[in-house]
Design a protein around this ligand. Structure first.
Ligand SMILES: [Zn+2]
Length: 377
């Protein structure tokens, strides 16, 4: 009996050993990776044992891009072609609000060519990097602030690309068939002659319109009380946020019920202190830190349209036609951050509508209106 157990253990160990050996065969993934959790960049470095200079140049380009200050509004799309002769890095500052989900995605003509996508938080303490070969990254910011998205193709990548950076709300919309335009009263507006502030948003809809679960979760309270009148409280997880639905005409869920996104909780009304106002849902979100602005959690957003292929020129040098402002972002509403004079040359990185994403001779990234530049051989 005992010996049979030993054989079983020995067999199991052999199997584990073989599995570990096998994962080592790829040459990329090491057995120790499961313990040390190296970044995609560190794994990539192993491909350059014979050419460490190429890797350190590539890594230096990344370090330099941490100081880039290109600023873009979302949704943002950029078409271009990676330059196989230079280590170009695409870095963008973006503003994110608590409640939003960031998506950064790179579509390539040559799917096998890798890109590294990373998001840095305002204090740089928190990062989130896409695994090697992945071309899409989702990121949930913990607080409102300016984040940095960094996209770097692998060394000598040579493919047309389309970069999409956009956001979506963490939750669904809480009133069936309604959207952004139906929000009639916002977070922070004065109430009771300035004695208190509006700790939520009001979504206007006809009496009887269904109000729905904006997220999966469970009901923690239903009933009628105080300013909110008939109300439902939904929790999005054991330690999660509390979603507050007020002024309902009637309630269709029971306390402690588990709900899925889109389930009907009740119907729009004007109970509580909304007795003399048009029917609406007052919607609030409460975290451990108190009330937060619910709008970014539910505000519907757009994606950029992908469809800029073909964009078949890379390593393009541009010559400036006349004195031209360099802009921090792709429109005249962004700050001018420098100036070029006639016949100055710059490197083209990509294009967003009529704005060219460029790198100057001294390594500065900026946007330049396309009417101000011509291609040089
Ligand atoms: Zn309200």
């Amino acid at each position: 009996m005992k010996s049979r157990i030993y054989i079983y253990i020995a067999g199991t160990l052999l199997l584990i050993f073989l599995l570990l050996q096998c994962s080592g065969c790829s040459g990329i993934q090491k057995v120790t990776d499961t313990i040390t959790n190296p970044t995609a960049r560190e794994i990539y470095k192993r491909e350059f044992k014979e050419n460490e200079q190429a890797y350190s140049n590539w890594q230096a380009a990344y370090q330099a891009a941490l100081n880039d200050s290109i600023l873009v509004n979302l949704p943002y799309g950029e078409k271009g072609k990676f330059n196989p002769f230079a280590d170009e890095v695409y870095a963008y500052d973006i503003v994110l609000e608590e409640g939003e989900v960031l998506i950064a995605e790179v579509v390539k003509d040559m799917a096998a060519q890798r890109v590294f996508i990373e998001v840095l938080s305002p204090d740089r303490a928190q990062t989130n990097a896409a695994e090697i070969k992945e071309t899409k990254l989702e990121y949930i910011p913990e607080a409102t602030g300016t984040y940095k998205v960094i996209i770097q193709p692998e060394i000598a990548a040579d493919t047309p690309f389309f970069i999409s950076i956009y956001k979506r709300p963490q939750y669904g919309f809480p009133v069936a068939g309604k959207g952004n335009a139906d929000v009639g009263s916002f977070w922070g507006m004065e109430r009771d002659g300035g004695r208190r502030r509006h700790e939520g948003i009001d979504i206007f809809a006809r009496k009887g319109t269904p109000v729905v679960a904006a997220t999966d979760g469970f009901i923690t309270y239903t009933g009628e009380r105080g300013l909110g009148g008939k109300q439902v409280w939904l929790r999005d997880g054991l330690l999660g946020k509390s979603l507050y639905y007020a002024h309902l005409d009637s309630i269709t869920v029971k306390g402690s019920a588990t709900v899925k996104t889109g389930d009907t909780l009740g119907f729009v009304g004007n109970t509580g202190n909304a007795k003399f106002t048009p029917p609406h849902l007052h919607f609030g979100i409460y975290t451990g830190r108190g009330a937060v602005n619910p709008l970014p959690f539910v505000f519907k957003t757009n994606k950029p349209e992908v469809g800029f292929f073909p964009f078949n020129y890379s390593a393009v040098q541009l010559s400036v036609k006349a004195t031209a402002n360099l802009r921090q972002g792709p429109s005249t509403s962004f700050n001018a951050i420098g100036q070029l004079t006639a016949n100055d040359t710059v490197q083209l990185l990509g294009q967003h509508h009529d704005w060219l994403h460029i790198r100057t001779q001294n390594g500065r990234k900026a946007f330049l209106h396309k009417s101000l530049a011509r291609q040089v051989k």
